[in-house]
Design a protein around this ligand. Structure first.
Ligand code: SF4
Length: 320
């Protein structure tokens, strides 16, 4: 029985698969010993989806590789709004199931960058997106890209591609988790953002306006935020094996019990953070440890209390 039957939390991210068919240059899967698994359907059925307004069926992996994804979408749709992020390669095989979603995000690195960074062919993904956008009743389609030093120059062209394939929005994210020293310096954000990057973003914004397409670029200036956009006060992540974590940045499906991050050029190890099992959600959400973690963040609205320790070296805490 929920403690607050009328009060819904915002967003539950559900890691339905940690398998992936591609090996992207910026993905932690390319650097660590990975545990590839699919979430069990019986476990999925026990998740507290009805406690949230929206469920995003994706964590560190490609959700369409879970053979039960169609049934999972059906189950989730009865309880809340549902979306997922995919690399786009299997859209044609799961078209009917995906048309039932409220939101579908497709990750694309760029025009030429797609082959080099995401190691996949763009034409195939573009055709797959059009399979959905050509339908009358379909989810909101978002193209999600990462702004990195070797991809940012293609942002205005990506706006045009988004328009061409009939997507509704282009979202430009940052390389906000840096899993390897090889990637240090590939991020475009900093305390003093480079004028050239700001100009490219402004150009993409202008092109989006002209084409009548929604465009959102994450800020590229590092500034400590009171609350990160993952908002652990209202949102949470369920891992592939059913554990609750405040966010994807405090979990990785690796064998170690810590996460390696590169923050301002330095390697840091942060202990993974889980508060309990998702099928015991009400108790876990109200537990002393989880409430205490949220309380520390909540207090930041009223006083100059420091970030919780695991957040101090997370770029999401610095507005990017
Ligand atoms: S700052 Fe980072 S680690 Fe902390 S809750 Fe936000 S996303 Fe998670």
């Amino acid at each position: 029985m929920p403690f607050f039957p009328f009060f819904k939390l915002n967003f539950i991210q559900v890691e339905v698969s940690t398998f992936c068919g591609v090996k992207c240059e910026m993905c932690p899967r390319s650097y660590f010993e990975w545990k590839s698994e699919n979430m069990d359907l019986e476990l999925f059925k026990r998740l507290p989806l009805g406690r949230f307004k929206y469920a995003h069926l994706q964590g560190w992996g490609e959700p369409l590789l879970n053979p039960d994804i169609g049934e999972m979408i059906e189950i989730a749709k009865k309880k809340c709004r549902v979306g997922l992020t995919t690399n786009g390669l299997l859209i044609d095989e799961l078209k009917e199931e995906l048309l039932k979603l409220d939101l579908l995000a497709v990750s694309i690195a760029g025009i030429d960058a797609q082959r080099n960074v995401r190691k996949s062919e763009l034409f195939q993904i573009a055709e797959n997106i059009e399979l959905l956008t050509s339908e009358k009743k379909r989810p909101k389609i978002v193209i999600a890209t990462l702004m990195m030093k070797n991809t940012i120059h293609e942002l205005p062209k990506l706006v045009e591609l988004a328009k061409k394939v009939g997507a509704d929005q282009l979202i430009a994210n940052n390389l906000d988790y840096i899993p390897s020293r090889d990637l240090v310096g590939m991020e475009i954000f900093s305390e003093n953002p480079d004028e050239r990057f700001l100009q490219i973003i402004a150009e993409a914004e202008k092109r989006a306006k002209e084409l009548g397409i929604e465009f959102t670029a994450k800020p590229i200036k590092l500034e400590e935020a009171i609350l990160c956009t993952e908002n652990p006060l209202r949102n949470c992540l369920v891992t592939v094996d059913g554990l609750i974590s405040p966010c994807a940045y405090l979990h990785l499906p690796t064998k170690d019990d810590f996460i390696v991050r590169f923050f301002k050029g330095e390697e840091v190890k942060v202990k993974k953070l889980y508060f309990g099992k998702a099928d015991d959600f009400e108790r876990v959400w109200k537990s002393k440890d989880y409430s205490g973690f949220r309380k520390m963040i909540e207090m930041r609205f009223y006083s100059s209390i420091a970030l919780p320790e695991p957040c101090r070296t997370c770029y999401k805490a610095y507005s990017v």
